[in-house]
Each structure stands twice: as structure tokens, then as C-alpha cells.
Design a protein around this ligand. Structure first.
Ligand code: SAH
Length: 185
């Protein structure tokens, strides 16, 4: 986390709070998670060097940047439905020289078949239920973290092993809604 300058991943008007452990508004009614939440999600997800990672909900790109450091020689594909946010994230990655992150505009609730399957999937917006396309795009031995619920959510860990899917909960969280085909309408 010390290698990712959070103040460059938030708008000017909230920059002075970039190193306070709180969520921050990034425009378009969206927020980025508190650094401790990003850390918990990365910890639960257990991203490893060489992993192919899918993130749903780029925002300004802070969380994906952290995962790209953890993925090392691997690749992070991050999907954002709002083009203005995706463009901003792309600019930041270009300026800072993050080369193993690919930002895609689209509805990530439907997954990202082009680069599937993934070792790890991290969903940064709250879903009504675990989207089946994301489960399908997880490799055997893979893991996904995803907040599920409407107003208050639980963080779910989804693990696929020997073709079976096992889910467990990791505590209460609060995220903006996942909007899309397998999200909220
Ligand atoms: N990962 C960010 C947090 C982004 S907030 C971080 O650094 O902390 C969640 C983002 O999910 C918002 O930008 C929102 O626009 C996006 N989002 C919501 N539904 C989506 C969907 N179906 N596909 C892709 N992005 C989505």
C-alpha cells in the first residue's frame, strides 16, 4: 500500500483527506473504499504474483492499483460502467506507469469473458446476489470477494475447488450498489 499514492487517486477537493482511513467521494455519486477496507479485501482475496485478476467497479482505480502490485507479473482487468471514471483511472495509470492494469468500460456484473477465467475476482460494489457469470469465470482453485445485500451488506468469500463452490461471510460492509444485468436495475 505504501507503493500506491492514494492522493493521486482522488479528486482535488478531497485530496487533503487521502491519508485518513475513510471512504472518499470520487464524483458521479460514487465513493472509493477506505484503505483499511481495500486491505481487508486484498487479504481475504489473497492475490499472488502471477495471478490474473478481475475487478468489477474501478472508480478512480486505487484498489486495482494495489492489486496490480500484489499480482506482480500477473494482470488486473478492471471493469467500470461509467466512462468518465474509467478514463480518469486510465490517465492515472499511464502517468504513474502502472502497466499491468487494463481498464474496460462495461457492465462487470456480466463478467469479462475476453480474459476469463480468473484466479481472483474482486467486486467493489454491492450485488443483490452473487452474479452467476462471475462464478463461471472463476478458475478452479480461484477466489472471489463480493459485498452482497441492499442497504447493509456482508462481504462474501466465494471459493471454487474441485468444481464445487463454497461461500462464507467475512463481516458487514457498506458499498455503493452494483448496477447492471446481474446487479440492481
Ligand atoms: N474500486 C474502487 C471503488 C469504486 S466504487 C476503489 O478504489 O476503492 C464502485 C464502482 O463500481 C463505482 O465507480 C461504480 O460506477 C462501479 N460500478 C457499479 N456497478 C458496476 C457494474 N455493473 N460494472 C462495472 N462497474 C460498476
Amino acid at each position: 500500500m505504501s507503493r500506491v499514492p492514494r492522493h493521486l487517486f482522488v479528486p482535488d477537493n478531497v485530496r487533503e483527506n487521502a491519508y485518513v482511513d475513510v471512504p472518499l467521494p470520487i464524483g458521479e455519486g460514487q465513493t472509493i473504499s477506505a484503505p483499511s477496507m481495500v486491505a481487508i479485501m486484498c487479504d481475504v482475496l489473497d492475490v499472488r504474483d502471477g495471478d490474473s485478476v478481475l475487478e468489477v467497479g474501478t472508480g478512480w482505480g486505487y484498489h486495482a492499483a494495489i492489486m496490480s502490485v500484489l499480482a506482480g507479473h500477473g494482470m488486473v482487468y478492471t471493469v467500470e460502467r461509467l466512462p468518465s471514471l474509467a478514463m480518469r483511472a486510465r490517465e492515472i495509470y499511464r502517468d504513474l506507469g502502472f502497466i499491468n492494469i487494463d481498464v474496460v468500460v462495461g457492465d462487470g456484473s456480466q463478467g469479462l469473458p475476453e480474459h476469463a477465467p480468473y484466479d481472483r475476482i474482486s467486486v467493489a460494489a454491492a450485488a443483490p446476489a452473487i452474479p452467476q457469470p462471475l462464478v463461471d469465470e472463476l478458475k478452479d482453485g480461484g477466489r472471489m470477494v463480493i459485498p452482497v445485500g441492499q442497504y447493509y451488506q456482508d462481504l462474501y468469500l466465494v471459493e471454487k475447488a474441485d468444481g464445487k463452490v463454497h461461500t462464507s461471510t467475512k463481516g458487514g460492509v457498506a458499498f455503493v450498489p452494483l448496477v447492471g444485468k446481474y446487479g440492481f436495475k
